[in-house]
Design a protein around this ligand. Sequence first.
Ligand SMILES: *Cc1c(COP(=O)(O)O)cnc(C)c1O
Length: 461
Amino acid sequence: MKQMLRHLPAIHELQQDQRFAKLEEKWSKAKATEWVQEAVAELRKELLEETWVQSNDIIDFVDEIFMRVSERLSEHSMKRLQRVINGTGTVLHTNLGRARLGERATLQVAQTAQSYSNLEYNLIEGKRGSRHDLIEGIVKEITGAEAAMVVNNNAAAVYLILKALAKEKEVIVSRGELVEIGGSFRVSSIMEESGAHLIEVGTTNKTHQSDYEQAINENTAMIMKVHTSNFKIIGFTKEIPASELKHVTEQHKVILYEDLGSGAIYDLRQDGIGNEPTVSEALMHADIVSFSGDKLLGGPQVGMIAGKKDLIDKLKKHQLARVLRVDKMTLAALEATLSEYRDLDKAKTTIPTLKAILLTKEEVRARIALFKPKIPASFLSEIIDGTSQVGGGTMPEVELDTCLLKLNHQSIKSHEIQEQLRKGSPAVVGRIQEDALLFDFRTIDEAEFADLEARLQEFAN
Ligand SMILES: *Cc1c(COP(=O)(O)O)cnc(C)c1O
């Protein structure tokens, strides 16, 4: 193998190749040269170590080198943030960016990004304003809260609340609610980080009112309820709802804080889906609540905080509020999303998250039927029944009836198709079951049909 080293082309020869010209056109001569040099060096090393495996369709080293460069470039581009067609049916897919924004929110983001805005300018009075004011009004309007503010995400909201309202004080939490969310969010860790002292009460499956009462002392700042959205204990369980804890916290003058996790504004229970309380409901008992913007709310990644004005005022004044604040594009997306909720019936169709969750099985079937004629004949296709998940740790016990497009290629294995679909553009992610590719059209819009079709055409014969 070592004697083949002398057949390795020189860089200046490679630079004469048409493929080099293409690279140079798209990037720059320096960059293209660097990539070619890297590929040559890699090949040289393999020849020296005798680890090079020649593939059948490679005629000479020049081909091999340009193939390596193009592979590297495509891997490079896959590491960039890019669009994915989500065929998993999981509406709030944690790995795929959770909620997708609606049309108005998307437009609002683009406009705000391009222009100056009244981010911190009061247009009525012609003087400095506060970015909190931009959304506080609408949050108050749709949730009935006395006051509200926004931070980077719900984890940040929890942190700020504990730090500003309970630092060096005790916070009582039921053991049954000390869960880990999304693999990285642990109430106990955030609590430790904030300087608040965690007082665990009850057992994993049962916590009684008396457990809370006995733990309260002059150092207690708050009772915290955590909505255990991604975790469910079945069987002999007891949790005290915030509605009952309200008497305890009022009597002892401590704060009742509820981390709602999802934060539903639209009540999905009326459609028979899940058992998620709404934010306004939670605010009837809790002094302060926090929830994510990109879960059931269907907006951008933010942490929403709502509740009593004196508490929110303290949070707004805290130094951390500045550290955890959100940018103007996020605020634009949030404001547009929240305003959709002024008309709950319309929100069901304008907020993509709600729309996807509320799609009936028959509606999903109709979507697939519309797409079916576009599938290349090399696939065997079938519509089958299945279930989808809400995702994002929200309503884990809920299974939404759905329809799936089941595809089998006449000659190519499903996992190979899956890999190629994942690596192309736009990337397509589906499920595999018993060597068939499954696409849940709950999360594939008609607007994505043309792209999905183009990707499937890659396997047309
Ligand atoms: C999801 C969740 C969080 C974390 O929210 P992020 O927006 O991901 O930071 C915190 N608490 C609960 C109960 C949750 O469900």
